[in-house]
Design a protein around this ligand. Sequence first.
Ligand code: NDP
Length: 449
Amino acid sequence: MSDMKSYVESVLELVKQRDPDQIEFQNTVKEVLTTIVPVLEKYPQYKEQKLLERIVEPERVVIFRVPWQDDNNVTHINRGYRVQMNSAIGPYKGGLRFHPSVNLSILKFLAFEQVFKNSLTGLPIGGGKGGSDFDPKGKSDNEVMRFCQSFMTELYRHIGPHVDVPAGDIGVGGREIGYLFGQYKRIRDAYDSAVLTGKGLTYGGSLTRTEATGYGLLYFVKNLLDDKGINLDGKKVVISGSGNVAIYAIEKAQELGANVITCSDSDGYIYDPHGIDLKAVKLIKEVKRGRIAEYATNHPASEYHEGCHGVWNVKCDIALPCATQSEIDLDAAKALVANGCKIVGEGANMPSTLDAIEYFQANKILFCPAKAANAGGVAVSALEMSQNSERLSWTFEEVDERLKVIMANIYRNAKANAVEFGDADNLVMGANIAGFKKVAEAMTAQGLV
Ligand code: NDP
């Protein structure tokens, strides 16, 4: 084993020993570190500086109690978190997730990914992530508001426009960001617009932020397809999820001429051979906050299938997982390849397990890793911060144009590093290396902090 491979192995072992139960975090650290060995060989000083040992340790983790009362005056206690992973290139930046599955391992994995993703955007933002095991599903607006106010009553002391700038993620959309911002403003008694992103348009939000992750995913995939001389027109696309990322991935895919035939939620999936009726999905999910099963009642040509996993058995040219982590396991990857899928673009964070990614690569699938392909959301969040600082609002077209340029740059940067380090089609390696190099250089310049 080369010197640097054994260095990486020793750091992976250290991570395992420190937090043996944090499986998701261990997996993402493994995914990143095993691909950057060629960079470590080129810059051996990183080993001397113990840079990897530092980069896998969050700069700070905050865990706190969130008490709140439901509409029947029953008291509930949830747990809140903020993981401030790395601030070498800018203030911590990353979403808040409200979902019963939230724990420290998942948030550390998301924060670690975020560090390199944010670096790839080319914008000055560090990496963080946070959230709670609170489940907004089935709660009234007032319950969600009381929870958000309680959550912010502790979080406010750890964030700020120059310190840490949270945004949305699963379970945290415009409604939640509004309540969180209102409480922050009330406690601080100051109008710090840039303390949160994903805000409403009437109080400092950016046009295109809602669409940015889904649109950005399609811009990334299109850059890859253009490079390979493949046309998106008429391609059958399977998409999972029906939340923020999925909805705007469907919208842009359809606009670019693709035929999107599925969407899903955690209960099941819709197959509509005529193409998903996006207006209906938006009505069910964004307005009624309902379940996707409802779609089939008004669309007789469509089918609803219980269980979200079956979506990967649908025959397609392109798969865009946009729901959650680990939704494509090895079996799902095998089914996709067997059914003729040629391209996988990750809209969700780490939706493919490590063995699924290996299987895709072994079968020459054109694979767009989340870190690069879904960076559009955070990129426009950073543009929202710029607009807040300027006290100006850019037009939809202006932000969309910048998003296109950012996604093209991310693609080119990942591709160039994949080529330079000897595996031209390996965008997992290319994206990891491109993201890592900038963070490592900044950490080195700033000394032992
Ligand atoms: P939303 O909460 O808006 O939507 C999530 C969707 O995924 C819902 O349809 C939800 O169904 C489904 N889902 C959630 N958990 C599971 C599960 N365990 N199994 C199957 N389906 C599930 O979240 P977003 O669209 O914002 O986020 C989706 C993914 O994209 C996440 O991985 C997130 O980290 C990532 N991401 C989001 C960004 C953003 O800008 N919003 C930016 C970059 C990445 P149900 O309603 O049943 O829960």
